[in-house]
Write a protein that binds this ligand. Structure first.
Ligand code: PRP
Length: 212
């Protein structure tokens, strides 16, 4: 099993589009092989295994070589800042990272900004020359300006439904986000042929109608 190609697959939002892309590329997907609660799913004929990971942990598995490659959102990749290769923009799970506020928001000195992405947000505001206090939250970020925890938030916007339904407003788009294929630096050398083949297969279907 040691030489098998270990692929970290994020559970959650990206998963459905990732498996669709794999299918279109003629690659196996975890559901072809595993029970829904299994965390390690072997694909013996390809000497490959899927590691079902929490999305935010994918860059960690890949940096430490517990997974050779992984699929991850650019948002997580920026926030985690891990020492990995970014091989491919998969073009899936398109969304944006934005600054969001209440409709009646007014500038204040040293505003509080709540986010799941404290590193990205701090760096962004620093580069803009804006002084802010960043507050880390783990979910339901849109609550923060509604209940007086923060003046603004930095969060993902996909359909815009969450901000609309909570009476919030997108003030500024910071980054456009898609999912990426990343690789461990050593694995990329040692398992180069297999990783490259998988990249080529994915590349051939990326951006085609229906994969977005
Ligand atoms: C994400 C994000 C927004 C929402 C955006 O949250 O943090 O809240 O999705 O999507 P929309 O524009 O299509 O409404 P997620 O569902 O991942 O849950 P979370 O609140 O735990 O972060």
């Amino acid at each position: 099993m040691k030489d098998w190609l270990k692929v970290a697959m994020p559970k959650g939002r990206i998963y459905k589009q990732a498996t669709k892309l794999f299918k279109e590329a003629g690659l196996p997907t975890p559901e072809d092989y595993g029970d829904s609660r299994k965390l390690i799913i072997p694909v013996p004929e390809l000497e490959m295994e899927f590691i079902m990971a929490k999305p935010v942990d994918v860059p960690t598995y890949v940096e430490y070589g517990a997974a050779d490659i992984g699929l991850v959102g650019k948002d997580v990749l920026m926030e985690e800042d891990r020492d990995v290769y970014e091989l491919l923009d998969l073009g899936i799970a398109k969304c944006r990272m934005s600054i969001i506020g209440t409709k009646d928001w007014e500038p204040v000195f040293n505003p509080k900004v709540a986010t799941k992405y404290p590193n990205v947000a701090s760096q962004y505001f620093r580069q803009q020359g804006q002084q802010v206090e960043v507050i880390k939250l783990n979910g339901s970020i849109e609550l923060a300006p509604l209940i007086g925890l923060a003046d603004r938030i930095v969060d993902m916007v996909e359909t815009g439904q969450t901000i609309r339904e909570n009476g919030l407003e997108e003030l500024e788009e910071m980054f456009s986000i898609t999912s990426r294929l990343i690789a461990n630096r050593v694995s990329y050398r040692l398992k180069n042929e297999r990783i490259q083949r998988l990249c080529d297969q994915l590349q051939s279907v990326i951006g085609q109608e229906g994969t977005k």
